[in-house]
Design a protein around this ligand. Structure first.
Ligand SMILES: Cc1cc2nc3c(=O)[nH]c(=O)nc-3n(C[C@H](O)[C@H](O)[C@H](O)COP(=O)(O)OP(=O)(O)OC[C@H]3O[C@@H](n4cnc5c(N)ncnc54)[C@H](O)[C@@H]3O)c2cc1C
Length: 212
């Protein structure tokens, strides 16, 4: 059984990993939760109580998942946002260095695309580097230049995909987690359809093959 709930400033979900383990997450905007205390970041017992407080109106199964979690298996981190226009207009490639994976497009825990898109990066990067290595060296075109060109090609190929991943993760998070009355109403009548379509669309992506 998988579960996802959102609204009221919080998102919570869980999913079985195997027969014995369950993965769950809970996101919230600390500024919107009066019971938030910086200490929860360092104290897993407090963090557990805090999360149970956030999900106390959710189904019993959801609460049981958190109750059964050992505090030593819980971790806390701040969600990161890379602004889409930084990817669009900034440098994701410099000389023979490039960024990929979470460093290029940090994701939210519910969108399930972080690992998948890091693999897409790896495929496109390998393809571009493979082409660079296989190209016959021309005059004044040494290996370093070819690698740099290969990385620039990779950066260009991944730019719009990264922008859409970041933007969808942000918009879906904003819509799902929003506490406001207007947004809650819009979410119920219309936006929840948009968010599920957007998430499915993100997963349905073909980055091409790795040709040998
Ligand atoms: C609980 C959880 C569940 C997830 N579920 C899914 C899912 O269902 N589907 C999905 O697609 N994605 C999922 N993700 C996201 C996915 O795991 C990440 O998006 C993905 O691992 C990112 O890959 P990466 O290579 O960019 O970074 P990472 O996998 O984080 O790799 C970075 C590596 O760099 C190393 N490192 C860091 N600093 C240094 C340094 N200074 N020097 C040397 N090495 C360094 C780290 O130790 C690490 O090994 C999940 C993530 C979490 C935490």
């Amino acid at each position: 059984m998988s579960y996802l709930s959102f609204g009221g400033g919080t998102r919570f979900g869980f999913r079985p990993v195997d027969d014995k383990n369950v993965y769950w997450f809970c996101t919230f905007a600390s500024s919107q939760v009066p019971s938030y205390d910086d200490e929860i970041q360092e104290n897993p017992m407090k963090m557990k109580q805090f999360v149970l407080g956030l999900i106390n109106k959710m189904p019993r199964e959801a609460q049981k998942v958190v109750e059964k979690t050992s505090p030593s298996n819980m971790s806390y981190s701040t969600l990161k946002l890379r602004l889409p226009w930084d990817v669009l207009f900034g440098n994701t490639v410099k000389e023979n260095v490039c960024v990929a994976g979470d460093a290029l497009h940090p994701m939210t825990p519910d969108i399930n695309q972080g690992g998948c898109s890091a693999l897409e990066d790896a495929i496109v990067l390998s393809r571009c580097l493979g082409e660079a290595f296989l190209k016959k060296s021309r005059e004044n075109d040494d290996e370093f230049d070819r690698i740099e060109k290969g990385l620039l090609k990779y950066g260009k190929e991944r730019r719009w995909r990264s922008v859409s991943l970041i933007s969808v993760a942000y918009c879906v998070g904003f819509i799902q987690q929003s506490k406001g009355k207007v947004m809650s109403f819009l979410r119920k009548v219309w936006l929840s359809k948009y968010t599920s379509t957007a998430l499915l669309k993100m997963a349905n992506y073909d980055c091409g093959d790795l040709v040998s």
